[in-house]
Design a protein around this ligand. Structure first.
Ligand code: SF4
Length: 210
């Protein structure tokens, strides 16, 4: 069953951009509006999943969760993070292992979108700053994606944090029995799958700043 979202409509996207520009001068109102839109999105996704449970899920995390001085290439693999407690990626890696779900770190927005198009998971769980959440809703509206804003940040794009309780809740809901769940059984090995549902895979990825 395909996922339908108002973000697939150009007029909806334009109206959201207009509302954001009106709210922008008023302190935190624009972010509050984005959080409201995110919650609406999550409700849509949960309704969708009620009729079409996820057989595969993918976590897509931004690079700003990574501890600044860490040299591990988390874009290639988060295996080393499972034994590390220095940043939230360690908690995320352990949660994903527990629930049998793949987690990927994307260093740029377009890499995250390419990953989604290439892997075609039934469900995406992702976090980002407010502005990037809107970019995701606009850029890949065809994917059911549970979203949450980053819960804090030392400074712009540095040492960000995520609401781990929220993340665990989404994983638990999407994978009711961690070892035998449809998601765990259908988790897609990254980089080894060609998505046939939405055309040919996207081109090679390039690391850098968003
Ligand atoms: S969990 Fe540890 S190894 Fe992984 S990115 Fe953070 S600091 Fe680096």
């Amino acid at each position: 069953m395909s996922f339908h979202s108002p973000w697939q409509s150009a007029s909806y996207v334009q109206s959201i951009a207009l509302i954001r520009s009106v709210l922008r001068p008023f302190g935190n109102l624009e972010n509050r509006f984005i959080e409201y839109l995110t919650e609406r999105q999550n409700q849509r996704v949960r309704r969708h999943l009620a009729g079409s449970p996820a057989r595969s899920a993918l976590l897509i995390m931004p690079r700003c969760l990574k501890q600044t001085h860490c040299r591990v290439d988390v874009q290639a693999s988060m295996d080393q993070c499972r034994d590390c407690v220095l940043c939230p990626l360690g908690d995320i890696a352990r949660l994903c292992e527990r629930f049998g779900v793949r987690a990927l770190v994307a260093f740029r927005s377009h890499i995250a979108f390419d990953l989604a198009r290439r892997e075609c998971p039934d469900l995406i769980i992702a976090t980002a700053c407010h502005d990037r959440l809107i970019k995701a809703l606009r850029s890949v509206p065809e994917f059911p994606a549970l979203l949450t804003p980053l819960s804090g940040m030392e400074k712009q794009c540095v040492n960000a944090s995520i609401d781990l309780a929220w993340l665990e809740e989404q994983l638990a809901a999407a994978t009711p029995t961690p070892t035998q769940s449809p998601v765990a059984a259908g988790a897609i090995p990254v980089g080894s799958t060609t998505c046939m549902c939405k055309g040919p895979p996207s081109g090679p990825h390039t690391a850098g700043n968003p």
